[in-house]
Design a protein. Structure first.
Length: 728
């Protein structure tokens, strides 16, 4: 401040003594001849301190920027700091006197054309390249009344700062910073103060309260949803030359209210708002051909199921014809008769005939039940048309309006659920057995006596019994079988091998690793089932002939699924949680076959769980760890150390099974969600095919190539067909 006062004092003193100051550039008074006709700034005031309101005349032609700034610094009594990169020449000329403030604004504009900006500071100004002016922190200015580069914050009251930023960005040079602050809904702009004044006026014009008006139209004869759809197609349809899109300020928001049967209109254009409301009133007129027969085309629900639901709802006085069998209906109207909503049965009769030729009857039996519609429910007929998935309803207009309101709430799109599952079963079996069997049988005859004795520890029929091997040595079971045969003996008319000793040793190990990944897509609250396995025959009965019976022997066989079975019923809640009713079973055929038939292993899980959309859930591990031992021996002799093994038969067995089931439900609420899942699975399958090596050519067998699925590009949708209304 002291520097500014000193400069002003010196300038005033110089003018007081000389009356006119002529600089090298030509600083002269108005009305006097300057020493040089070029490059002059002429002051109008004489013998007084220089003030901002003094009149000056500019006459700078191709003057150096530094010299012009020096002249202005002296005239304004304000220091200027020049960046080293501020170089060049400018021309500033005025035909007559102007104020010093106007001269300063011309200087700022001329420097801006040269790529420089003036940044105001406390008591001085800086001249820097425009590209770096934003880093110089220009002074905050709330009114933007002076020239120079400044920063201002605009607090918006009604419009969104982000959207308004895009609208006015073109008004600010690209080198000047401009940003939106969403949390405070503000705009921060750095620009020349003259430009900030223009931006301020524009923002004030745009940031005004929303003037959207609302109109309500009551519908007395038709349905609000139908009329709203028609009005929306006419009012909000854009022109073809604009891509079919209507400007946002011309759009009319149209919302039908089914509860009150009204239509709500909202728009900022009052003229178009009145047009939409008037069109809705014109469409709300009585039917040209009065009648009580209505047809509703369903969009999502099944006509037969919905008809049964309506039957239960309007049980008294309503007749619902099921679509489970062939049906035919006839409507007859006497010539000259007309229908009337207040007299629904006048001049109109309706009959529905089922496939058995009998007229339909009401589902209620015994005493009639009260209907929610009261006496108006009398004579209502509801028939399902399965071919068109439509409902035919005979009812007065007032009753039909209520029935249709119920149908619109039930006829909604159901979500689909895609369930990825992973079933893992790991099993390990191990068994060992060892034993010695012997017998003594010799010298059998019809009259003499002979000794007989031995040990027998295994059951007959398994190929490990001593007596079975004596009858047929080739029927030995698996494992190591060592025996001693001494000729043959006759017993009961049969010749047997004299098998005196049999030693048997066997150790088995088995392991299994079953992994199944069934994936299925189903509707909400619909059960799906998948079976992966074999259809195995099981013997359930047999018949054999006896004596002189003439019947033919036969066996009864029943085939059953053996493998992996998964049944799931998903139920989607409004919040995205999925309730799963799960039944999972893994069964397999045991390698060992008994005389009674086939033996199967079976493991199953049945549960109901809750899981979030897209999250995994595991159905615990079904772990089975079994260990068993068996021992058969001759009393006392089997306990003798070392030699007791000759009189024993030992078995050991251990089985371990581990079963896990992982599920991941994904809710698909639109067609695009289903398309994403489908394309992902399809491309994964193609990638698997491409990864398989192709067979190489040879002299005998040429390569036939490998099959590969084609690329599945989304097919273009056909042109939209004319939409049909929900009812008429």
């Amino acid at each position: 401040m002291c520097m500014k006062q000193n400069l002003a004092y010196k300038a005033a003193t110089a003018l007081a003594f000389t009356g006119l100051v002529v600089l090298e550039l030509g600083l002269t008074k108005a009305g006097a001849q300057p020493a040089s006709p070029r490059n002059s700034l002429t002051l109008q005031a004489q013998n007084q301190a220089i003030a901002s309101k003094d009149a000056v005349t500019l006459a700078f032609r191709d003057a150096e920027i530094s010299e012009v700034i020096s002249a202005f610094s002296t005239s304004m009594a304000m220091p200027f700091l020049l960046d080293a990169r501020v170089k060049g020449k400018i021309t500033l000329e005025t035909p007559g006197p102007i104020s010093l403030d106007q001269a300063y604004e011309l200087l700022v504009a001329a420097l801006s054309l040269q790529g420089f900006a003036v940044v105001a500071a406390d008591g001085y100004a800086k001249v820097v390249p425009t590209a770096e002016a934003k880093s110089q922190f220009p002074a905050m200015n709330t009114e933007a009344t002076a020239a120079g580069l400044s920063t201002r914050v605009f607090q918006l009251e009604n419009e969104d700062a982000t959207q308004l930023l895009a609208a006015i960005r073109a008004l600010v040079p690209a080198t000047n910073p401009m940003t939106a602050h969403p949390s405070s809904n503000s705009l921060i702009i750095t620009d020349t103060r003259e430009n900030l004044r223009r931006i301020t006026e524009i923002i004030r014009s745009l940031d005004r309260p929303n003037r959207n008006a609302i109109r309500t139209v009551s519908i007395n004869h038709g349905f609000a949803s139908d009329i709203a759809q028609t009005v929306d197609q006419l009012i909000n349809r854009g022109s073809s030359d604009k891509g079919g899109k209507l400007p946002e300020h011309l759009r009319v928001v149209i919302l039908p209210d089914a509860r009150t049967n009204r239509i709500l209109f909202q728009s900022s254009d009052l003229r178009r708002l009145s047009q939409a409301a008037e069109l809705a009133r014109d469409l709300d007129s009585p039917l040209a051909t009065p009648g009580n027969v209505h047809v509703l085309y369903l969009k999502n629900a099944e006509a037969a199921v919905l008809a049964q639901t309506l039957q239960n709802l309007y049980r008294s006085g309503a007749q619902t014809v099921s679509s489970g069998s062939r049906q035919s209906s006839s409507l007859t109207r006497p010539v000259g008769a007309t229908g009337n909503a207040s007299q629904p049965n006048q001049g109109l009769s309706m009959s529905a005939v089922q496939g058995n030729g009998k007229a339909p009857t009401s589902s209620s039996a015994g005493a009639p039940q009260a209907s929610i519609l009261g006496p108006e429910a009398s004579g209502i007929v509801i028939q399902a048309e399965p071919n068109l998935n439509a409902l035919l309803i005979v009812a007065p207009e007032s009753v039909f309006r209520e029935i249709r309101a119920v149908i619109e709430k039930l006829d909604v799109r159901r979500a689909q659920v895609f369930i990825e599952s992973l079933i893992v079963e790991v099993s390990a079996d191990r068994a060992a057995e060892f034993g010695v069997q012997f017998q003594y049988l010799d010298g059998l005859n019809a009259t003499g006596s002979s000794g007989f004795g031995g040990t027998n520890f295994t059951p007959r029929g398994g190929g490990a019994n001593l007596l079975d091997l004596a009858a047929n040595p080739l029927s030995a079971s698996q494992g190591l079988n060592v025996g001693v045969i001494r000729g043959t003996v006759s017993f009961g008319g049969a010749t047997l091998a004299n098998l005196g000793l049999l030693a048997r040793a066997l150790e088995t190990q088995g392991a299994g690793n079953i992994i199944a990944t069934p994936n299925l897509l189903t509707l909400d609250n619909e059960e799906f089932k998948i079976v992966i396995g074999q259809n195995v025959p099981f013997l359930t009965g047999s018949y054999t002939t006896s004596g002189n019976s003439s019947g033919n022997p036969f066996q009864t066989i029943e085939r059953r699924d053996v493998g992996t079975t998964l049944r799931v019923r998903p139920m989607v809640s409004e919040g995205g949680t999925v309730r799963l009713q799960i039944f999972q079973e893994v069964s397999s055929v045991v390698n060992q076959r008994l005389a009674e038939g086939i033996v199967t292993n079976k493991r199953s899980i049945e549960s109901t769980v809750l899981v979030e959309d897209g999250e995994f859930v595991v159905l615990g591990g079904l772990i089975s760890d079994e260990e068993g031992t068996g021992e058969s021996q001759v009393p006392l002799l089997g306990d003798v150390p070392f030699f007791g093994s000759l009189f024993r038969y030992e078995t050991r067995e251990r089985k371990k099974t581990n079963l896990f089931v992982f599920l991941r439900p994904v809710v698909l609420r639109s067609g695009s969600d289903s398309s994403v899942i489908t394309m992902g699975k399809y491309e994964a399958l193609r990638a698997g095919q491409r990864s398989q090596p192709s067979p190489s050519d040879n002299v005998i067998l040429p390569s036939l190539g490998k099959p590969e699925l084609p690329s599945l590009d989304p097919a273009s949708k056909p042109a939209n067909e004319p939409s049909r209304s929900l009812g008429n």
